[in-house]
Write a protein that binds this ligand. Structure first.
Ligand code: TXA
Ligand code: MG
Length: 313
């Protein structure tokens, strides 16, 4: 799991995927645990490897719009979204096209699929070389932190899954997920593309999915992204805590990481999972987290933090 991002490594990884194996690969958001989305056994081994509840549908990753249109039906607004933001950290939930060929293990039996074209050369080359859409959840054991480096993937799965190493992920949080209903865009999951950026590009308001709504992301379990330590949000650190700071931080003698001393939300998103991993690795029982503004990418950061802090079980 040396640095294997050259053509030969991609060809080897693609061959493994075509024969039903798993390969972890970098995207601009987080590392994905990839399988051929048309192969039920391959997709099942994702669930087994992650220890993930079966009902959770997976995002299908495509290399271009042609591949996407073979899988799903794009409304004009959905196509405009793809043209504007792909490749990039936006997953679009679309009705499946008859004859799509995706395994119903990948779609969890829904009649829709979430599609995304990652903005990462290794990911795109891998999908192209495989010639199939790749199902890929984040490459971590279910309920644990999402990995943003190849090393975290290797550690999480105890070296059992080959990893294409693309260095640290640029965005550091998962893609934004939207559904399109007529002329309305509904955000199902906050993510690396800020809702505000979609609104500005299209001159409309993006709706927020309500709990239990007709369209929702079934994977949005409350306790998710859980470190071993407990977490206290919007907090000031107490002696014995580890501290995840943001911006101007109060003086604290214990283990501290600052998501962004300059209070830059992009930098904070990129550092979020790595710094949680690091603080969790100190063995602290409690991670105190400074308040993060709930604007722009702060929405996705706070969503992940709330899940990480939610009661377990
Ligand atoms: O950035 C990302 O999106 C990463 C990288 C690897 O691409 N992938 C990722 O996948 O975060 P995952 O499996 O951790 O999250 C997929 C989310 C889940 O919340 C799932 O419920 C939702 O997408 N989802 C998938 N298909 C759906 C569908 N047809 N309708 C609604 N939600 C769907
Ligand atoms: Mg995940």
């Amino acid at each position: 799991m040396s640095t294997i991002s050259d053509e030969e490594a991609i060809a080897t990884a693609a061959a493994r995927l075509r024969s039903g194996g798993l390969v972890a690969f970098p995207t601009e958001t987080v590392y994905g645990l990839g399988a051929d989305a048309t192969n039920a056994d391959a997709v099942l081994s994702i669930y087994e490897t992650k220890g993930r509840p079966r009902f959770n549908p997976l995002i299908a990753h495509v290399a271009d719009l042609d591949m996407a249109e073979k899988l799903a039906v794009f409304s004009p607004l959905a196509r405009r979204l793809a043209e504007k933001f792909w490749p990039g950290p936006l997953s679009i939930v679309l009705p499946l096209r008859p004859g799509h060929g995706l395994s119903d293990v990948a779609t969890a039996g829904l009649d829709t699929v979430a599609l995304r074209m990652p903005d990462h050369l290794i990911a795109l080359a891998l999908i192209r070389a495989t010639g199939r859409p790749l199902s890929a959840p984040s490459a971590n054991p279910s309920g644990k932190l999402s990995p943003t480096t190849a090393e975290q993937v290797t550690r999480g799965f105890a070296g059992k899954v080959p990893v294409l190493d693309g260095g640290p992920c640029q965005a550091g949080v998962e893609s934004t997920i939207v559904a399109v209903d007529g002329e309305t865009i509904i955000q199902l999951r906050a993510g690396a593309l800020a809702r505000r950026d979609i609104e500005q590009a299209f001159g409309l308001k993006v709706a927020l999915a309500e709990q239990g709504a007709k369209i929702s992301a079934p994977g949005m379990l409350l306790s998710h992204y859980a470190p071993n330590a407990h977490m206290r949000l919007n907090a000031t650190p107490q002696p014995g805590d580890a501290f995840l700071a943001f911006g101007d931080a109060p003086d604290f003698a214990g283990e501290t990481r600052n998501l962004s001393p300059a209070a830059d939300l992009h930098e904070a998103a990129r550092n979020l999972f790595s710094m949680l991993h690091e603080l969790d690795g100190t063995g602290a029982k409690m991670i105190a987290v400074a308040p993060i503004p709930d604007e722009g990418l702060g929405e996705a950061i706070n969503d992940r933090l709330q899940r990480a802090a939610a009661p377990r079980g």
